[in-house]
Design a protein around this ligand. Structure first.
Ligand SMILES: Nc1ncnc2c1ncn2[C@@H]1O[C@H](COP(=O)(O)OP(=O)(O)OP(=O)(O)O)[C@@H](O)[C@H]1O
Ligand SMILES: [Mg+2]
Length: 437
């Protein structure tokens, strides 16, 4: 800005000097005329005007107390104007400020007959710049202050709730009963709060499930152990025991050990499925053939119970499944069907091809499942009739395992049951044959 103003001033100074040079050009011999003419051009009071002749001798000086009149003024600007090059420049003079000076040649009949030198203190430029500087400083301070206030307000608005949120979450590390954060308003922080609360709900559900599982598992493991302890205590406390009684006790103990082993085996397969590091070993498998083999292996059990068991399908049904795991699905459900079907009943297995899916139905004419229990039978350790299940050696884990495996295959198990009439378990599993390459 200062540069611009100086340039403006330079142009003006040069123009003034030129005007004077033109006016006095023809009267350079007459000093009185020169002074008169210069004063007639009405120069600014702040400007000092010096006119020299062609030998740089001062013939007019506007400064009243001048004592250079009649002297030769050796000034670079005057010399250069005498040589025909007009000059204008600005410089800073101590205690005075910016000074603009210009020198132009006075030409008469194509001859340089003198020089008009104008020097002017541009105090208005300095004042203006000083003012502008002050205004800018004040504006900058005000803007800084505003930014400071604004950012502190903004941080209160934005960071404040997040900090509050963090404090609440930190506070939860202890044993606070309610782990939810209070949700206020509808902003992003509130959304975060809602998501956080949903996560807490889920974690609480998982924790509750885990607690239940551990308590159930301990209970289920404790029961056969207690029986074993009781039986062995009895044997030890009896002085005289005939061989047959000992055998009877040992058989009971053996039975309890078998039960323990079964529970532990099932728990192990469940935890393996839970951890998820047990990857599926998918292979193209004929599920109808698998069902055939399962039926064959369960025939002795069904015959023992006088239940008719058969696979009613003779058509191939190919799907990509983990053979070992999927075997447990059909096996556990068919085993249940036999177990929960009274004498004289029937258990029939069907295997269908259905587009991209295979559908396996295991239909029995057994005791059925009460409506209220249908949703729970896939829960770990859940048995509809605990006393009866215990008699039949049930752990309540068979369906959990089957369900987990089917879920891993991205399939599902449906149940259709009527108490006293029978139950139909439907397993639906995607074929995924395109994976086989
Ligand atoms: N076909 C069925 N008919 C009637 N009830 C059934 C049938 N299948 C399962 N249930 C009920 O569902 C419960 C859970 O079955 P699940 O297979 O998980 O356990 P379980 O058979 O008792 O024990 P496990 O399979 O470990 O020997 C059973 O206890 C039984 O009450
Ligand atoms: Mg079972």
């Amino acid at each position: 800005m200062s540069q611009y103003l100086k340039n403006q001033q330079k142009v003006e100074t040069l123009a003034n000097a030129n005007v004077i040079a033109n006016v006095v050009a023809e009267y350079m011999d007459d000093r009185t005329a020169v002074s008169y003419l210069v004063e007639q051009t009405n120069p600014k009071a702040s400007a000092r005007i010096i006119v020299t002749d062609e030998t740089a001798t001062v013939i007019y000086d506007s400064a009243s107390n001048n004592n250079i009149f009649g002297k030769v003024l050796i000034k670079q600007e005057i010399m250069s104007a005498l040589k025909g090059t007009d000059v204008v420049n600005a410089y800073k003079e101590k205690d005075v400020g910016t000074v603009i000076q210009g020198a132009v040649s006075v030409i008469s009949a194509s001859e340089t007959v003198g020089v008009v030198y104008v020097s002017e203190v541009a105090s208005s430029i300095d004042e203006f710049i000083a003012n502008v500087r002050w205004i800018l400083i004040v504006i900058s301070l005000v803007v800084c202050l505003l930014i400071g206030v604004l950012s502190s307000v903004m941080s209160d608005v934005i960071i404040g709730p997040i900090e509050r949120f963090t404090r609440i979450i930190r506070g939860m590390e202890g044993d606070t009963p309610d782990k939810h954060v209070p949700v206020m308003g509808k902003d992003e922080v509130a959304e975060l709060g809602v998501a956080f609360n949903a996560l807490i709900d889920k974690l609480e559900q998982m924790e509750e499930k885990r607690r239940l599982f551990v308590s159930n598992a301990s209970h289920e493991l404790k029961t056969p152990l207690s029986s074993i302890k009781l039986l062995s205590d009895s044997v030890l406390s009896m002085n005289e025991l005939d061989e047959e009684s000992v055998r009877e006790f040992m058989e009971d103990i053996n039975g309890e050990i078998d039960r323990l082993t079964k529970i532990i085996d099932r728990l192990l397969s469940l935890t393996k499925l839970d951890v998820g590091d047990d990857k599926l070993d998918l292979k193209v498998t004929d599920l109808n053939e698998m069902a055939d083999r399962i039926v064959k292996s369960l025939l002795p059990v069904s015959e023992d119970k006088n239940v008719t068991l058969n696979n009613a399908t003779n058509k191939e049904a190919l799907a990509m499944v983990d053979r070992e795991k999927f075997w447990q699905v059909i096996y556990n459900i068919t085993d249940n069907a036999i177990k929960y079907t009274p004498q004289g009943g029937t258990v029939t297995v069907y295997v269908f091809n259905e587009g991209d899916f295979c559908r396996i139905e295991i239909v029995d004419t057994g005791i059925g499942i009460p409506e209220d229990d249908v949703d729970k039978i896939f829960d770990r350790f859940y048995r509809v009739d605990k006393a009866r299940a215990r008699e039949s050696g049930g752990t309540g884990l068979g369906l959990s395992i089957a369900n987990d495996v089917v879920m891993m295959h991205e399939g599902k198990i449906l149940v259709d049951s009527t108490e006293g009439v029978g139950t139909k378990f439907i397993i639906i599993v995607p074929k995924k044959l395109q994976l086989d390459n």
